[in-house]
Design a binder for this molecule. Structure first.
Ligand code: ZN
Length: 277
């Protein structure tokens, strides 16, 4: 063994250089993770409701329009729990996943978005649009691509509908849900789960929030539990729009209930495809 030591010493310098270069590359790719957001707690109004049957007996004059801004083309099993029995049935054939933004109109409070989908960079620079370098690498390795028709982007559709959203609530911080943020004005408020902006989440989406400064977080650890759905927040204090904690796809994933005469539950990426339910 002692006779091999001089040989090993020869590799010390190249190994050190390799480690430094590799570390620098990883740091560069994940640089968005080092960005800090100044986040204030979301002001939760007093809630008059304590159970869902009471909530659903009192639908509100709130409306919902869902808008598609593009498509993610991906293996349907990529985000399915690796331990799920459904994995055995997976054919690994890529499928189209609609990239959606939801416009909520409240008669007194105005216009809001749930998620922000894609800005126009996905039509201008296919197939990765405004993804970070780290996400481009992830998508390339996993054969994930994005598609968008001209005029399908968030900005064009908001202009056509004459919507000026005050705030965007997020189901979670993944790039196909935040890619439209650059199309929103600097005064827009961005609201997400308190635990959601982890280092990796910031590394994946921080570039979308450059120039934005109004951030609020929803703290489900302090929210009332409403069986059978768990921690839930009455966002406007009138029972019209609810944030419901559904961790799983991400650490602080949120579903939103729009309580109009035909109530709708938006589940984000809790399940990407019908067959994975
Ligand atoms: Zn997601």
């Amino acid at each position: 063994m002692a006779t091999d030591l001089p040989k090993l010493k020869k590799f010390r310098l190249p190994a050190a250089v390799l480690i430094v270069v590799f570390s620098a590359l990883i740091t560069y790719l994940l640089r968005g993770g080092f960005r800090r957001f100044e986040i204030a707690p979301y002001h939760v109004p007093p809630a008059p409701f304590t159970d869902w049957s009471d909530v659903l007996r009192h639908p509100r004059d709130i409306s919902l329009v869902t808008i598609q801004t593009g498509v993610v083309h991906m293996d349907a099993c990529l985000n399915l729990d690796p331990t799920s029995p459904k994995q055995a049935a997976c054919d690994h054939v890529p499928r189209d996943l609609a990239v959606l933004v939801h416009w909520v109109h409240h008669p007194r409070l105005g216009d809001f978005l749930i998620d922000a989908a894609f800005d126009d960079s996905f039509a201008k620079h296919p197939p990765y649009g405004n993804d970070t370098d780290a996400m481009k690498l992830f998508n390339w390795v996993n054969r994930v691509t994005n598609r968008q028709q001209r005029g399908e982007d968030l900005s064009a559709q908001l202009a056509r509908l004459n919507i000026h959203p005050r705030a965007a609530f997020f189901t979670h911080l993944h790039p196909d849900h935040t890619g439209g943020v650059p199309a929103l004005g600097p005064q827009t408020e961005f609201i997400f789960g308190k635990l959601e902006p982890s280092f990796l989440a910031r590394a994946a989406v921080a570039n979308h929030f450059l120039g934005k400064s109004k951030f609020s977080s929803l703290d489900f650890s302090a929210a009332p539990t409403m069986a059978p759905l768990g921690a839930s927040i009455d966002l406007f204090g009138d029972g019209s729009l609810w944030a419901i904690s559904v961790p799983g796809h991400t650490d602080d994933d949120i579903a939103y209930l729009i309580n109009w005469p035909r109530p709708v539950l938006l589940t984000g990426d809790a399940s990407h495809f019908e067959w994975t339910f």
